[in-house]
Design a protein around this ligand. Structure first.
Ligand code: HEM
Length: 405
């Protein structure tokens, strides 16, 4: 069976809803600030220049390698090696900046605030380290060379054209070729069914200017791999809610030697290589009635398993990329660049806020656990984070109509 194509409407490139076009391996998130005191027209010109450079580069044209002497030819590169997506952060809508008169989406609020924004996802030691700015540019490409080159071309045009823009941060990531995250489990097994993805992602028009666009959540989560590896395989599976090797969802638990052992659904095929029709059967496991399984990460993160158009479903489309910042005598500094797209940021706020969802624990498990149950592990902390509005396609660039009055 050929992989499914999904209509992506007016969404910008870089959101890979179609199984036929899987996310490429390289990821680089740039955050960009518009210099204080810049008027809307100058800011708009700056963003248009950046968009123009990336459009040319995507087509194979490099600014510095254009022919300037008679008899020379432009020196192209391979086209189509990366995609780029532009988002607008809460600060862009700050009335004091006078960049726009457009309404700020209600749920697009700053994350760097005096109190931690999420109930059970604390900032890593040292506090908030960026990820939030006026603009973000998500670069996804076939490898880190393609995304890094695009980022440096952005810097060049800012310098050469003296644009009133500053690159304030960059966050790299990659996809593992086994589809697993650092904790060893498959990631993306239960990402919404392809036919339901556009409905989960596409903003319906609140505010009206973002109709046909979407919202991006970027949460760079450090993972305490040492602590994770101190759990037995059974404990890890109970906390995630899936079998570690196959990705099959758990149906219940059984007691063995004073410990609870996970029990996967009988007949579940090995994911994610199983045929799509088999995968679908086990992708959205029904509620089990087993309180330990119901408290696992996958059940806390998706409680109702209803259609994405149902408001209470809080469905999101995840497109995360692993990272390894460094490895030294103290072990690896690694984690997941959690990226999700959703029609309304309220869904992510609720997933990370409601006590019976991920607001109740840091990753999975029951705070009031019974005998033999694994402790809810403190696994994640936030290195950086930002929420962004991602307007639909527009000429000359997405969101161009937001600038000025
Ligand atoms: C911090 C914010 C996070 C949120 C909001 C979140 C949300 C989700 C959601 C919605 C699912 C799908 C559940 C389902 O429909 O069955 C899921 C599954 C999963 N998540 Fe997370 N997650 C987060 C962080 C992480 C991190 C940092 C890791 C890894 C270290 C991780 C590992 C997994 C795994 C292994 C699965 C099961 C496989 C799969 O269904 O893709 N999650 N998560």
């Amino acid at each position: 069976m050929s992989p499914t194509f999904v209509d992506t409407g007016e969404l910008q490139d870089g959101i890979y809803l179609s199984p036929a076009i899987p996310p490429p391996n390289g990821f680089l998130m740039l955050t960009i600030q518009i210099e204080d005191g810049t008027d809307a027209a100058a800011a708009r010109t700056g963003v248009e220049r950046i968009w123009g450079v990336l459009t040319d580069l995507h087509a194979g044209m490099v600014r510095d390698l254009r022919a300037t002497k008679e008899g020379e030819e432009d020196q192209p590169i391979r086209p189509g090696t990366f995609d780029f997506l532009l988002g607008y952060g809460a600060s862009f809508f700050d009335p004091a900046k006078s960049l726009t008169e457009a309404e700020r989406p209600a749920q697009l609020t700053p994350l760097a605030r005096p109190r931690e924004p999420f109930a059970n996802l604390p900032w890593a030691a040292g506090g908030h380290r960026g990820g939030e700015s006026d603009l973000c540019l998500q670069l996804t490409g076939r490898d880190s060379q393609a995304t890094s080159r695009a980022a440096v071309e952005v810097w060049k045009v800012i310098v050469d054209d003296e644009l009133p823009l500053v690159i304030t941060g960059s966050f790299e990531g990659f996809a593992r070729d086994d589809g697993r995250s650092w904790i060893g489990f498959h990631d993306g097994v239960s990402n919404i069914r392809p036919s339901q993805r556009l409905a989960a992602v596409e903003c319906q028009g609140d505010p009206g200017w973002n109709r046909g666009g979407t919202y991006l959540a970027f949460l760079r989560c450090a993972v305490d791999l040492g602590r994770w590896r101190s759990l037995s395989r059974s404990a890890q599976e109970l906390v995630v809610g899936r079998d570690k090797l196959t990705g099959c969802a758990l149906e219940g638990t059984a007691e063995a030697d004073g410990e609870l052992a996970p029990r996967a659904y009988a007949g579940c095929p090995a994911a994610p290589d199983a045929p799509p029709q088999d995968r679908d059967k086990f992708r959205d496991p029904p509620e089990t009635g087993d309180p330990v399984v119901e408290a696992s990460h996958i059940h806390r993160a998706n409680q109702n398993r209803v259609e994405p158009t149902s408001h209470a479903g809080h469905r999101i489309f995840r497109q995360g990329y692993e990272y390894l910042a460094e490895i030294g005598p103290g072990g690896p500094d690694l984690g997941l660049n959690f990226v999700s797209f959703q029609r309304d940021l309220e869904h992510l706020w609720q997933i990370l806020g409601l006590p019976s969802w991920l607001g109740g624990v840091n990753f999975g498990g029951r705070p009031d656990r019974g005998p033999g149950e694994p402790e809810p592990i403190e696994l994640l902390s936030l290195e950086a984070a930002g929420f962004y509005a991602v307007p639909p396609r527009e000429q000359p660039f997405p969101g161009a109509g937001l600038f000025g009055s």
